[in-house]
Design a protein around this ligand. Structure first.
Ligand SMILES: Cc1cc2nc3c(=O)[nH]c(=O)nc-3n(C[C@H](O)[C@H](O)[C@H](O)COP(=O)(O)O)c2cc1C
Length: 216
């Protein structure tokens, strides 16, 4: 068996073990404790001049808050180029038609965008297709920025790219803080040996925001 195959097998066994542990926890009487999340304030922000001609939406899905903070910086950067920007969780977007351009971001859990972010794209395909659109993804796979890790992380974004291809898409390293996770998530993070720490590269995020092609 090649190294690559044995690595995949190890990863498979870890993930299978983690899923079993999570299922046992969730199905047991510990379910409430296992899934109770420390309270994490959602970021809702507006930046820029209300008189600005263009309105941009930066919307995001998060579980532990890191992706909202990335969205917030992108919003501030875009506002500095003269657009009005709303930064909102996807579940709080009500008037998508008000925006001339849209940036959608999601954290990765178990190799996928969070379901509410993918559903946001799926549910608004016709409106999003008529606007400059960009995606950003926040995950731990690119904590070490190698071509192999980037290729693996690109696979996480593929299902939403297949729904609608954005003008730009970026993948940023994220953050794991056990104090912001549920008991089940802490357990799973331990089993798959996910390192704790904040690996977000604020300069890379800022630079991406500065070059976003959001004009019509
Ligand atoms: C339970 C759990 C599962 C995760 N699964 C993945 C994964 O499959 N791939 C990955 O690259 N990162 C994974 N991560 C890392 C998160 O994507 C990363 O911590 C991200 O910054 C979380 O963003 P959030 O704080 O906005 O929820 C996982 C984290 C946790 C806690």
């Amino acid at each position: 068996m090649s190294n690559n195959q044995s690595l995949n097998r190890r990863q498979f066994l870890k993930i299978a073990g983690a899923s079993t542990a999570a299922t046992v926890l969730t199905c047991s009487g510990l379910s409430f404790a296992a899934t109770r999340r420390p309270s994490i304030p959602a970021i809702h922000a507006c930046y820029g001049e209300t008189s600005a001609m263009r309105k941009t939406l930066v919307t995001y899905a998060t579980r532990a808050g890191a992706t909202g903070e990335v969205a917030d910086l992108i919003g501030q950067v875009l506002a500095s180029s003269g657009t009005w920007v709303d930064v909102l969780p996807v579940e709080n977007v009500h008037n998508l038609g008000d925006y001339q351009s849209v940036i959608v971001g999601s954290a990765i859990r178990y190799g996928r965008w969070l379901p509410e972010a993918a559903e946001f794209i799926h549910g608004n395909l016709s409106t999003l297709a008529t606007r400059p659109l960009a995606y950003f993804t926040v995950c731990m796979a690119v904590r070490e920025d190698t071509p192999q890790n980037r290729a693996r992380a690109e696979e996480f974004v593929q299902p939403v790219r297949a729904l609608l291809e954005p003008r730009a898409s970026a993948i940023f390293a994220g953050k794991v803080d056990h104090g912001r996770l549920t008991l089940a998530e802490r357990l799973i993070s331990g089993i798959i040996q996910m390192p704790q720490g904040d690996f977000r590269d604020w300069q890379a995020i800022r630079s991406w925001g500065e070059t976003l092609p959001i004009s019509a």
